[in-house]
Design a protein around this ligand. Structure first.
Ligand code: UDX
Length: 456
């Protein structure tokens, strides 16, 4: 089928490559001409494992191309995915200006009956707005455009896998033909086992927000528990492990730490609360989810203050700056929120991240960056693990021990094995777990080199 994709951010790019990978002819376009030039030259604007290879493969196969003008992208399209950004406005609602103008442009230039698919995360009711814009634009012209909601569930860092092998596909539509076309678009995925869920449009729009808000709620629940565990002398990792063994709760998204970040959860929780208010329903639970999330960074600052006394001039090494591992995305990264808080306390903050350093520098220019994890830890009063990149979980402890000024590690993601660290001579702070004093042993003098948490 002929597919057009408007917007080549994370969701848009993944839509481009995955649709091409199953055999559709895909044209991507973006208002940012620089991005189109980059993509046409095979250069990726973001880091995502496996994406560069897939992009090269699909463009070489002639199934995927990028153009500057919407008119060129949509001219022959049977299905047009709108994947433009919906950033938060100052009042917390999603800014839908880009969605409106993309819909208008598509309606203006499409030359055959087609379907506009909103894939950007949008508040319930957006499809109705899009439909009105499209109808006005089409008035008097031949051809029909249906509007469909098809929210994206992919996770950054695993986006290639998620878009090539989605577990579920959600399609909200009103017309039988629209459902039929979407079934055709997604047939290769459903034949490979993906679950297709069909609903009305408002349900699909709301379900996407509900999923993200609920996952954020689980994380905030774990973080609130961490605060309680700290006061009660309990271990949040064990508490959430117990919870997770109840199949009604499930183990996922119960990792306490620095809190959630990224471009989805923070903005979606806020937008969902605003939407509820606009619909006349107060949903303050969502505000609490966001508040507890911010509290996690504050709790980290307090822990550092506890451990180091005055923060002024203390050298603090932050390992991991991206909002989660396997991405260079630093948007709403708790690691950078912590960096900013520590800089405001006049600490000397140095960071390292395997992929996100350039983005981190743009976001927090005062942040000093190191060439690798060991260089970051050189002379540090405390090392903080902010993002659990696999390579940061397997550092050589002897090297680390000789780099730091004082052997204090703050595992702000509860991702390390405190006993191994303690045995290697480190004092260990965590989130919602008892502090562990250094207890060097004979064995550790030889060098225990793997830091990963065991079990739990
Ligand atoms: C999320 C949703 O998972 C995805 O379905 C949606 O399409 C977009 O938003 P993403 O933002 O890529 O995906 O990241 P995710 O893996 O969900 O993690 C979000 C944040 O929560 C990260 O900062 C992560 O570190 C944090 N997190 C996750 C926790 O703090 N604890 C957990 O238990 C899980």
């Amino acid at each position: 089928m002929n597919v057009a994709v408007i917007g080549t951010g994370h969701v848009g790019l993944m839509t481009c490559v995955s649709m091409a990978a199953v055999g559709h002819r895909v044209v991507g376009c973006d208002a940012d001409r620089g991005k189109i030039a980059q993509l046409s030259a095979g250069v990726l604007p973001i880091f995502e494992p496996g994406l560069a290879e897939l992009l090269a493969e699909q463009t070489a196969a002639g199934r995927l191309s990028f153009v500057e003008e919407t008119a060129d992208a949509v001219a022959d399209a049977e299905v047009v995915f709108i994947c433009v950004g919906t950033p938060p406005r100052v009042d917390g609602e999603a800014d839908l200006v880009a969605v409106e103008s993309a819909a208008r442009e598509v309606a203006r230039h499409v030359r055959r009956s087609s379907i506009i698919v909103e894939k950007s995360t949008v508040p319930a009711g957006t499809a109705g707005r899009v439909r009105t814009v499209v109808r006005r634009e089409l008035s008097g012209r031949a051809g029909e455009i249906s509007v469909v909601s098809n929210p994206e569930f992919l996770r950054e860092g695993r986006a290639v896998e998620d878009s090539l092998h989605p577990e579920r596909i959600l399609v909200g539509a009103e017309e039988a033909e629209a459902f039929a076309t979407m079934r055709e678009v997604y047939r290769p995925f459903t034949e490979a086992g993906a679950l297709l869920i069909e609903t009305d449009i408002a349900t699909a729009e709301l379900a996407k927000h509900a999923c993200n808000a609920f996952l954020a709620l689980k994380i905030s629940f774990a973080n609130a528990l961490a605060r309680m565990c700290e006061r009660a002398g309990a271990d949040v990792v064990s508490v959430t492990h117990v919870m997770g063994t109840d199949p009604r709760i499930g183990p996922d998204f119960l990792r306490a730490g620095l809190g959630y970040g990224g471009y989805c959860f923070p903005k979606d929780v806020q937008a969902f609360e605003r939407l509820a208010a606009r619909l006349g329903y107060a949903f303050p639970l969502l505000g609490e989810v966001a508040r507890i999330n911010e509290e996690a960074v504050e709790a980290a600052v307090e822990k550092l203050r506890d451990a180091l006394w005055n923060l002024t001039d203390k050298r603090i090494a932050l390992l991991g700056l991206a909002f989660k591992p396997e991405t260079d995305d630093i948007r709403f990264s708790p690691a950078l929120a912590l960096a900013e808080r520590l800089l405001a306390e006049r600490a000397s903050v140095v960071g390292f991240d395997p992929q996100a350093m350039a983005n981190a520098k743009t976001e927090v220019p005062e942040l000093e960056l190191a060439t690798d994890a060991y260089a970051a830890c050189e002379g540090a009063d405390c090392v903080v693990l902010c993002t659990e990149w696999p390579e940061l979980l397997t550092l050589d402890l002897e090297r680390l021990r000789s780099a730091v000024a004082y052997p204090v590690i703050f595992d702000a993601r509860n991702a390390l094995d405190a006993d191994v660290l303690a045995a290697a001579g480190f004092e260990v702070l965590s989130m919602g777990r008892p502090h562990v004093a250094a207890s060097p042993t004979e064995r550790s003098a030889v060098g225990a080199s793997r830091l990963e948490r065991r079990g739990a």
